[in-house]
Design a binder for this molecule. Structure first.
Ligand code: XMP
Length: 529
């Protein structure tokens, strides 16, 4: 078991209970995290690591299997990312997906070339061998392809398992080594039977038995936290979001009254949010909660500022000041708990073995600087958001908290475009409340990922009664996404949009126009600033 001692290092990484582990070598794929989630969904722990880790280091981790992710490069290009070819001879099963397959075949005597017909999208797979990796599958099935290169020739050491009309080696198996390749993506939902293939790899090929269960994880984490923290005090920042709430819940279960939570009310929260957080918190925990009322300070720091990054900088800076001041009052606190998640760890390049790929720089206002002098406790570092939600339910947190849409650290300031004022925030807060209430009333809150209102810095002409108006415009934003790095705008029913629009215009003073944002990310971002 690769359990990292909780008494060493500067942050708590609770390793999985089980010895079973799959390593995903990331070659820059947009799907690396999705692969890891799909593996965990099958009750096998999975970690993403950098692609060029040596075979010796990989062997030290004793994985049950290795998955080579896809990636945007071509294996025959100079400088394209490669893995240590010795990994194919460790005796550990390897599954190469897309670029990963091309790399495996290239390393073991195949020929990869740019294909005549690039395949993007759905393809029909003919399966010639429904045993082992492809057992339990029908002879013909839909798969999702996304490649410009493909394996055109394999050495006689490989056996083809499946093909599409344009891809002769859509699935292959090495005859003597436990090495498999798939040109298509089993991890995406557009490959409807992809989970069966991953299940076959994990259970039939790698011999996993499925030991990764969140309930065990919760119990083990609580015990490890208790052991590490002993009789010391811990400070935990609460944001109202699920990550910090689950972190607090674990701590309260582990060390009870030794944890002090701090909530900074920056005046940029949504309607009634502060009260909801306090009541959810006090109803569920018996812990010290300190609410810092700092609305005036934040509003004056934002006065005259309309540049988004400058707003973020000022909010972040003041947040740290407020937090620091309150934390200094908590005598004897040694640890600071944060709800850092696995994607944050990967995205910030701080994963245990260095960067898988720096996908996005995180603009995490809630992140507190090291100079605060605390040792970090990050019990969610190994988890994805959906796992944190399930853990929250496991710990008995209420549904409305567990399923709350994410809310950015700088809050309504980045949804009130241009200069932020108390009056504008009031308008935005009311409009946002209507949007979110209507989504909930329509039963679509759980089916959407993030829904909110944006107050635009434009006035437009309208007519109300017999009078001409010249008032604010509000945009409604609703997106669906798995990872918040790419997102689609939600195709909300017209009737729902109509209800939101007429309620906002009728009920929120100062708004005479409502628009629906139909931009996807990329190229737009989810927030407007
Ligand atoms: P974008 O706008 O980059 O947002 O597509 C992606 C996700 O990140 C959230 N977001 C932030 N979260 N501080 C945060 O803590 C920020 O400054 C920030 N900006 C965006 C956004 O709400 C979405 O969930």
């Amino acid at each position: 078991m690769s359990t990292q001692s909780l008494s060493s290092g500067s942050s708590t990484q609770v390793s999985p209970l089980s010895a079973e582990k799959i390593l995903v070598l990331d070659f820059g794929s947009q799907y690396a995290q999705l692969i890891a989630r799909r593996v965990r969904e099958q009750n096998v722990f999975c970690e993403i690591i950098r692609h060029d880790l040596s075979a010796e280091k990989i062997a030290e981790k004793s994985p049950s299997g290795i998955i080579l992710s896809g990636g945007p490069s071509s294996v025959y290009e100079e400088g394209s990312p490669k893995c240590d070819p010795k990994i194919f001879r460790l005796g550990i099963p390897v599954l190469g997906i897309c670029y990963g397959m091309q790399l495996a075949c290239d390393s073991l005597g195949g020929r990869v070339a740019n294909c005549k017909t690039r395949e993007f999208g759905r393809a029909s797979l003919r399966i010639d061998n429904t045993t082992g990796l492809l057992s339990g599958l029908p002879p013909q099935m839909d798969v999702w392809m996304s490649h410009g290169d493909q394996v055109n020739e394999v050495s006689s050491d490989f056996a083809p398992l499946a093909a599409t009309p344009t891809c002769p080696y859509a699935a292959v198996q090495h005859k003597t080594l436990p090495v498999y390749g798939l040109q298509f993506h089993p991890e995406v939902t557009h490959t409807p039977l992809g989970a069966t293939i991953l299940h076959n790899f994990l259970y039939a090929v790698c011999g996993c038995v499925g030991q990764w269960h969140l309930a065990d994880f919760a119990q083990q984490t609580i015990e490890q936290l208790r052991e590490r923290i002993g009789d010391q005090r811990v400070i935990c920042g609460l944001s109202g979001g699920v990550d910090s709430a689950v972190t607090a819940a674990l701590l309260v279960k582990a060390i009870g009254s030794q944890v002090s939570c701090i909530l900074v009310d920056n005046g940029l929260l949504r309607k009634d949010e502060q009260a909801a957080v306090i009541s959810e918190f006090t109803n569920h925990f018996k812990a010290d909660l300190r609410v810092i009322k700092a609305e005036d300070q934040f509003l004056s720091a934002l006065k005259g500022i309309s540049e988004p990054q400058e707003k973020r900088r000022r909010i972040g800076h003041l947040f740290i000041e407020c937090f620091k001041e309150e934390a200094a009052k908590i005598k004897g606190a040694k640890y600071l708990a944060q709800g850092t998640l696995y994607p944050d760890v990967i995205e910030s390049g701080a994963a245990k073995d260095g960067p898988a790929a720096t996908i996005k720089l995180h603009h995490n206002v809630g992140g507190l600087p090291e100079e605060l002098g605390f040792e970090l406790v990050e019990p969610l570092r190994d988890l994805f958001k959906d796992e944190v939600r399930r853990l929250g339910l496991e710990l008995g947190l209420p549904d409305q908290l567990v399923w709350r849409h994410p809310f950015p650290g700088p809050g309504l300031a980045v949804r009130c475009l241009g200069e932020v004022t108390k009056e504008k925030l009031e308008v935005l807060r009311e409009a946002d409340h209507i949007v979110v209430s209507e989504i909930k009333a329509a039963g679509l809150y759980r089916q959407t990922s993030q829904v909110f209102a944006v107050l635009l810095p434009v006035q437009s002409v309208g007519v109300m009664g017999d009078a001409r108006t010249y008032e604010n415009a509000v945009a409604i934003r609703s997106v669906n996404t798995d990872d918040f790095m790419t997102a689609d705008w939600s195709h909300l029913p017209y009737e729902l949009l109509a209800r939101m629009s007429s309620r906002i215009i009728n009920e929120v003073r100062g708004v005479n126009r409502v628009c629906y944002d139909i931009s996807s990310k990329p190229p737009a971002t989810i927030e407007w600033e």
